[in-house]
Ligand binder design. Structure first.
Ligand SMILES: *Cc1c(COP(=O)(O)O)cnc(C)c1O
Length: 360
């Protein structure tokens, strides 16, 4: 039996994507082997690979100026590779520090060159994202790095910063493809697949072709995004199984109406859940400022840590898992990525109402 999965990542995958994989696992399209066992240079696998890229391009309405590239090493490896590629000597890069992941991104970049925090919370508390007016952007920066959704603290930019003429590099790991975006505004978008679009071990890069081409060339070829981009992500063996599963997820996303439909569904989920938190007479309390509340990761506290533990344990008995907050933040975290349905959220809300009546 499947559980209602609120894991933060790796996260639940849409059932149709898994069922399709089960169906074709042993004998892919009557080739007598699984897609995992095919050569990455053969026509069978290449059709899957190209379909995944075509679906990303279609669903995100990616303009000709930009391309899709698959890389490995998780989003965390990109924290190091991005400054390696795009931070030349004598230049500085801007980072908007809105949570643990952006802190990691800026501290990795410090190994490679000069960096500035264009914003960090004055009191050290990650309960909101900055407004455009608060950003101290350097007009001469090599790039400006943002994190669109802060997975641990449950904050999200509802309008992403405008970095002007400075190339905008964005870590979208935990809210990639939850709604339509204007890709042309970004120089470089990257996302670990395991939150919203597939399994772990795969990172999707959507980047401006000219920006990638103008990388530093005094680093090993394998570290240059251009190497992977100009070889259609087949410079070396890619994560073929991960790309295949991503393709299944993208097919599902397309079948339910693409990003426009997902945005409606995701906003409804968030409205239902935040509504229930706010209507609980203070028993549930969301620490995030209303304008910065994330649609993807909804965090809240109960009156005590003992009650939070009890909440997680009883929810598990009710078939709902993945609700414990990140160890650095505590509390409850509901990760409501694309695969989580409105019904899943309604089941959780009904559990929350029973729990608060019994323990309030
Ligand atoms: C999960 C996450 C990461 C780290 O991903 P890995 O694939 O584990 O390296 C980075 N950034 C954000 C925003 C995340 O949510």
């Amino acid at each position: 039996m499947r559980v209602i999965n609120f894991n933060a990542g790796p996260a639940g995958l849409p059932l149709p994507a898994l069922e399709a994989a089960r169906e074709e696992l042993i004998d892919f399209q009557k080739t007598g082997m699984s897609v995992m066992e095919h050569s990455h240079r053969g026509a069978t696998y290449e059709a899957v690979h190209d379909e995944a890229i075509a679906l990303f391009t279609e669903l995100l309405a990616i303009p000709k100026s930009h391309g899709v590239t698959f890389v490995q090493g998780g989003a965390s490896l990109q924290f190091g590779l991005i400054p390696m590629n795009f931070l030349p000597k004598g230049k500085s890069a801007d980072y908007v520090v809105t949570g643990v992941w952006s802190e990691k991104a800026i501290s990795e970049a410090k190994y490679l060159g000069e960096v500035r925090a264009a914003w960090a919370p004055p009191d050290g508390k990650f309960v909101r994202v900055p407004t455009q007016a608060e950003l101290k952007l350097d007009p001469n920066a090599a790039y400006a790095h943002t994190t669109s959704n802060n997975t641990i603290y449950g904050t999200q930019f509802h309008t992403l910063p405008d970095t002007g003429a400075v190339p905008h590099v964005c870590d979208m790991s935990s809210d990639f493809m939850w709604r339509p975006i204007d890709v042309s505004k970004f120089a470089f978008i990257y996302a670990g697949a395991q939150k919203n679009i597939g399994p772990s071990g795969l990172v999707v890069v959507v980047a401006n072709r000219d920006f990638i081409a103008k990388r530093r060339t005094d680093i090993p070829k394998i570290f240059q995004y251009q190497t992977h981009a100009e070889n259609n992500s087949l410079y070396n063996t890619p994560n073929t199984w991960g790309i295949y599963l991503c393709r299944n997820v993208l097919r599902w996303m397309k079948s339910i109406g693409g990003l426009t439909a997902l945005e409606v569904r995701n906003k409804e989920k968030a409205a239902v859940l935040y509504g229930a938190i706010d209507a609980a007479g203070g028993f549930y309390r969301c620490p995030v400022e209303p304008a910065s509340r994330s649609v993807m990761n909804i965090v809240f506290r109960l009156p005590s840590e003992a009650l939070e533990d009890k909440f997680v344990a009883e929810a598990k008995k009710a078939n709902m898992v993945g609700l414990k907050g990140h160890r650095s933040a505590g509390g409850i975290r509901v990760s409501a990525y694309n695969a989580v349905s409105v019904e899943d959220i309604k089941a959780l809300v009904s559990f929350m109402q029973t729990f608060s009546k019994a323990n309030g």
